[in-house]
Ligand binder design. Structure first.
Ligand code: ZN
Ligand code: ZN
Length: 97
């Protein structure tokens, strides 16, 4: 039986996307009965969400190192009056202090 490309509608964003014959073969070979209900974009972003807890870096804030003046990013919001250090200087601070 020949496979045909199908047009499906993403349940997340409502956009139409192609369920290609290649994907259908993949689904069949893996014994998956259900057609994908989300477009590749939404699938990718959902996967990212799921892995986010493990892999994704936390939100980073731009800051200027109080020691050497280099631009750096820190995982917390820099506050006025609180010095922020780049990774190098932070390591130095730890060693010396
Ligand atoms: Zn979508
Ligand atoms: Zn520095």
């Amino acid at each position: 039986m020949a496979l045909e490309e199908k047009t499906l509608v993403c349940r997340d964003c409502g956009q139409e996307f192609l369920f290609t014959t290649g994907e259908q073969e993949f689904y069949q070979s893996h014994g998956l009965q259900n057609e994908p209900s989300r477009c590749p974009d939404c699938r990718a972003s959902r996967r990212k969400e799921r892995w986010g807890n493990y892999n994704q870096p936390r939100q980073m804030f731009n800051a200027i190192c109080a020691e050497c003046g280099v631009e750096t990013t820190v995982p917390f919001e820099p506050r006025e009056g609180r010095p922020v250090y780049c990774r190098d200087c932070y390591a130095k601070q730890k060693q010396s202090g």
